[in-house]
Design a protein around this ligand. Sequence first.
Ligand code: DX5
Ligand code: ZN
Length: 222
Amino acid sequence: MILIAPSLLSADFTRIADAVRTVEKAGADLIHVDVMDGHFVPALTFGPGLVAALKKITSLPLDVHLMVDNPADMIPPFVESGADWVSIHVEATPHLHRDLASIRAASRKAGVVLNPATPLSALEAILPEADFILLMTVNPGKGSQPFIEASHERIRRLQGMIRDRGLSTLIEIDGGINLKNFERLCRDGAQVFVAGNAVFGAPDPAEAVRTMREIAARKDGR
Ligand code: DX5
Ligand code: ZN
């Protein structure tokens, strides 16, 4: 099962509601919300207020990617605002186990994010505690960067780790995903695809989502 998660980072911020409605109608599965705090990454983006506003205009789950230092402080406000999936960076917290537990205690999906340079071995102890793993396929902080090719191998290795342990942890990928590499990434074992520029930078965002859906359907055998 492949899930498509357009990232609002590349949407026109003056028309966010339209962007959400467009991709929802075209068959997106999640809305990816990139939260940046100006510390963990230089940019500053969205807060819980936006999540609460989005909640009113879409029934799609909101996938909140916390690129913030001290994520423990940010989990409660985003959960209260209606975040459905919450992911935190392994590089940003010394208390990953506790932070994931607090997301799960709120009955939300808890995800662990790995930067491109962070070894998969960082997941060794924590894998059973996560609903999904988000592999960054670019360095976090901005949209429209080129896909890091070594990520193909990382996705396959992560899939192996999950399989060996008999888990059903989802693999999400984020950064540089486009209509050209989508199919290969499906074959690698990625299941949740974040796409910013490939959707909202396209002349017709709805068409871009529909094309991803078609590629995914071929892979799913539907
Ligand atoms: C990057 C963000 C991504 C970003 C991806 O730090 O986490 O979600 O929106 O953008 P594209 O798909 O344009 O690489
Ligand atoms: Zn993201």
